[in-house]
Ligand binder design. Structure first.
Ligand code: 3HC
Length: 285
């Protein structure tokens, strides 16, 4: 499979990441089939795409006609078999290895045998996900960052059996979506989450242990290190459940230095997951 052979992109999952990936692929000119398990999730994926396209038009990144065409090129479905004609699929479902493996096993059966199967997993092993597929050389990590339409980079993650051709194609596809790439070996958290999650957890612990008010933990990191968001704001932005999940995988695999902060667990148990529920470390309208 070469970049020029890719006409249709399948996206599994219409949540924050899946809808963002569908959007940037369609803006780049690909036909996109976006699938989620229930129609209401597909609908909310389209709502997110439409409001995000409005924002990219407002800031002049694309013109109205391009955005309207992009919206038209995305088909929504609840049927995984509807991705049968996709040349490249990006999976962005919940961070659960069993669910991801079952999605990949179905894709391997329905899609053509040379379709590239990519996962947007934050921390799970590409090699474990690929073990559900007959030709694991075509499985690769394409780890997009949130919000996908704004963030400049994509991490290409190389599994044990990922072929060089698949890796090359992953870089070329991301470049075609106007993203810069870097490459990471299939080890827990790859590059970004391996470094980011302990930073976020240490910020939560600094607040929880009374080192500073939460606003000052964030201000300290923003003003002191020139990042756009401090650790608590960024945790709310990513979703506290996603942060806890990623932190637990890192902790399981890499030991105690990756233990999730106690307050992070308590907030997730309370259902306060950040921006998406309206309450995390901060409150949102
Ligand atoms: N779609 C389209 N455009 C969007 C958007 C979206 N979803 N979200 C923001 N924008 C645009 C806005 O329209 C705005 O454009 P403008 O500057 O031309 O007006 C611009 O982005 C900035 O947005 P805002 O003014 O609303 O807000 P901020 O200036 O605070 O920026 C932010 C928001 C881009 C999210 C910025 O705070 C940021 O970069 N934060 C860090 C995000 C980050 O680190 N993400 C990676 C997390 S790690 C990850 O995703 C990995 C995973 O596995 C956990």
């Amino acid at each position: 499979m070469e970049l020029d052979d890719i006409d249709t992109v399948g996206v599994v999952g219409a949540g924050t990441m899946g809808s963002g990936i569908a959007q940037v692929a369609s803006v780049a000119g690909y036909r996109v089939v976006m699938r989620d398990v229930e129609q209401r999730f597909v609908d909310s994926g389209f709502d997110a795409i439409e409001s995000s396209l409005d924002r990219v038009v407002d800031r002049g990144a694309v013109d109205r006609a391009t955005a309207d065409d992009a919206r038209e090129r995305i088909e929504g479905t609840t049927d995984l078999d509807a991705l049968a004609g996709a040349d490249l699929v990006v999976e962005a479902v919940t961070e659960d290895l069993d669910i991801k493996q079952s999605v990949f096993a179905t894709l391997a059966e329905t899609c053509s045998s040379d379709a590239v199967l990519a996962t947007n997993t934050s921390t799970l092993s590409i090699t474990s996900i690929a073990s559900a597929v007959d030709r694991p050389e075509r499985v690769v990590g394409l780890h997009f960052m949130n919000p996908v339409p704004v963030m400049a980079g994509v991490e290409v993650v190389v599994g044990e059996h990922t072929s060089e051709a698949t890796v090359d194609l992953a870089h070329a596809f991301a470049a075609d979506l106007d993203k810069e790439t870097w490459e990471a070996d299939d080890r827990p958290g790859f590059v970004v989450n391996r470094v980011l999650m302990p930073w976020i957890n240490e910020g939560i612990r600094a607040y929880d242990e009374g080192v500073a008010e939460k606003g000052d933990v964030d201000r300290g990191l923003r003003l002191g290190t020139n990042v756009p968001m401090g650790p608590l704001e960024l945790a709310d932005h990513i979703g506290l459940d996603v942060v806890l999940d990623a932190s637990e995988t890192l902790h399981d695999e890499l030991g105690d230095r990756y233990r999730p902060a106690y307050l992070l667990k308590r907030k997730v148990e309370a259902g306060d997951l950040g921006k998406k529920t309206g309450v995390g470390f901060y409150e949102y309208d």
